[in-house]
Design a protein around this ligand. Sequence first.
Ligand code: FAD
Ligand code: NAD
Length: 478
Amino acid sequence: MADKFDVIVIGAGPGGYVSAIRAAQMGLNAAVVEKWISDDGKPVFGGTCLNVGCIPSKALLEASHKFVEAKHDFDDMGIEASDVQMDVKKMMARKDKIVKNLTGGVAGLLKANGVTAIQGTGKVTGAKQVEVTDKGGKATTYDAGNIVIAAGSVPVEIPPTPLVDGMVVDSTGALEFQETPKRLGVIGAGIIGLELGSVWNRLGAEVTVLEAMEDFLPMVDGAIAKETQKLLKKQGLDIRLSARVTGSEVKGKEVVVKYTDSKGDQEITFDKLIVCVGRKPYTQGVIAEGVGVELDQRGFIHVDDQCRTSVPGIYAIGDCVRGQMLAHKASEEGVMVADIIAGHKAEMNYDAIPSVIYTFPEVAWVGINEQEAKAAGIEVKTGTFPFAASGRAMANNATEGMAKIIANAETDRVLGMHIVGQHAGEMIAQGVIALEFGSSAEDLALTCYAHPTMSEAVHEAALAVDGHAIHMANRKKK
Ligand code: FAD
Ligand code: NAD
């Protein structure tokens, strides 16, 4: 194996493997180093996203949603399916198979693109040097024209709830339950808490979510967050806000959790507890002392808008740098950095990165929300359309939720799109494109949408910005 590469990427998650492939496509001699190792000693590609994140969680969300639909919604459509059962082990086996297919697929893609895959733990030992320690402890030093650090993130642990094998778990453990717990506690009503809480709630667990903050989903548009909270409550998720966890103790087969809320000290007992209170950058040991790569106060690798670190030739992308911890953000940064290394001009529009929470219904947004516009002193006009007024939503049995568009009051330019509704995660691509192309709300309003589709709600929301939605009384006063 060559010991010199144009670019060496550390970490083969959606940031790293995409960056390595792009670099190879741009004609560079690229290598990717991955320390995650399979039982048969091969590197495991795909990082958090493919192995213990996006993909396995979505496999469980889809299966559990279909179960609930079959159990509760089919009857209304005339489908007799009263005795529907869930085989949790089979659901897990399907999830594992999907993960295996995808991670194997990445290995194939790396090979097909001529990327050299190196198993081992990578460490930046100089501006142009990476040392890799393999599974047997042997260290090899490689020369690199450029280095991309894509080391990702790991779950945050908090002192009141130390992990206890199989009982008090992080998101990875929560993807491995082999049966549905009767009483499930979730610490943190963030994205992971709501997604994984939904999975087990749908399968019959009594789920209580303890959230320290007073506001529910503070990063989401206020109206959308309120609607989401109402819908999740209706599904049986017991979300307790302003509930700060102070301790936990495993007693036999139970976990006793202590927390404080506005009424004082509380205690609650669960069969399992998921701790999902955020993730932190995984930078420990990745950069040798003296290399000069700066970290910020929270431990993220400090980078500029084009993911350059403080050392020329060393870049960092994905969860280990500032910004949203999202797979598609990591991948886009990986592509940008590979293009820059290959000598091309490249930049990213950080204002147009979509977010999706894969509950049912899904919550999706891009751009600014109404409270952010207000805080920034931007005058906006908004248009909202409820799925209750959508023909397709009625046919789909999915009338819950709404689409909302935020436009600049003066220029009509779309500044944000926010949706809670079935397939919101698919529909939000329209908002991303609107932001990328600088569309006005009128542009969307004058666009012909296929009928009947859920996306017509976006069209109607765009029309509603100026009080002209057709299927809703919304005339704005002049
Ligand atoms: P990672 O995916 O964490 O990959 C980093 C890789 O680097 C790992 O393989 C690690 O082993 C390797 N590594 C680290 N240090 C070294 C080293 N020194 N040497 C060699 N290798 C090293 N995001 C979404 O966009 N959509 C979702 O639906 C979604 N769902 C999620 C669900 C869950 C339960 C979780 C936990 C996360 C989810 N995320 C989702 C977040 C998403 O997984 C991350 O944002 C994404 O994986 C970040 O990509 P990355 O390449 O930066 O890092
Ligand atoms: P998060 O930041 O989304 O939510 C963590 C929540 O825990 C916050 O609401 C916080 O207030 C709360 N919290 C913190 N300490 C607490 C305490 N002591 N007691 C009670 N509540 C407490 O983090 P997460 O849900 O762990 O997810 C991590 C990241 O992974 C997300 O920010 C996201 O970027 C990524 N992710 C994305 C998706 C997706 O795109 N669909 C899915 C899962 C994860």
